[in-house]
Ligand binder design. Sequence first.
Ligand SMILES: [Zn+2]
Length: 311
Amino acid sequence: MRAIAFPQMTLVRPVVIDGVGLHSGAPVHMVLHPMEADRGVVFRRTDLVAQGRDVSDIRATFGNVVSTVLSTEIGNAAGTTVSTVEHLMSALSALGIDNLLVEIDGPEVPVLDGSSEIFLERIEAAGLEKLDAPRKAIRILKPVAVEDGQKRAALLPGEGFSIAFEIDFDNPVIGRQSIEADLRDPFFAEDILRARTFCLRRDIEAMWEVGLAKGGSLDNAVVVDDDCVMNEEGLRYKDEFVRHKVLDAVGDLALSGLPLIGRYEGCRSGHAMNNRVLRALMADPSAYEVVDFAEARRPAPMARELAISAD
Ligand SMILES: [Zn+2]
């Protein structure tokens, strides 16, 4: 049998992850299982399976996103949902895992430390397995952008998968931050996936009043007061905030179902804009093509045109 240059990947063995849901505050038990080729990432609600309800499986794709308020939530036609999938999806994307079954006994992926670090560590410790099928990719052929007031998100042609992000918060601790990252660079796994989710103190208090963020604490989020970080340990990076926005974007874009080849640019963007720009790309058949991953490593012709016109 001829070796496949870029095979699809899964896990070698199951990985168990326990934690609490950020919004429910309830304990969550999650098991990541190896999965055969061409299945993608599928979430299975084991609490519903236990009730004998055949409504449990949800494929992790952009078209199944049912809410983008505070986190990215996916659902199926039967109304079964799983929320806060983005930090796990970001780790899977960085590791290049194509196929996985995620068994979970509640409606929310555990928040852990508010970053993707624990997912990354546990999955790396288990090890990855090559499957006997070539990896496919979505190559972006022309720019697609969405805007909403000052928020903007764009997908563009390019080599590999690079990200540029900018935030501008009316808060002296966060302020204006921008970053460039490339998913192929070890920097991504080491210094993007460790960035924690964050919120303003006044927002967390408002969420508590309406019964949200019940599991939220200084152990799983950076909480910013008017002019200081409330966490005793401080920040992991001076620009941890924009780094986490990159982490979220990679997780949200992983819902394309295949690795993206191109570039993402976000300005004040969030889960809603990330999903909108992905839907806009996939709605235009002339904006992308599905190719063998090996082939996709060549630059798209459009990328050169853009590079020239940007000078
Ligand atoms: Zn996040």
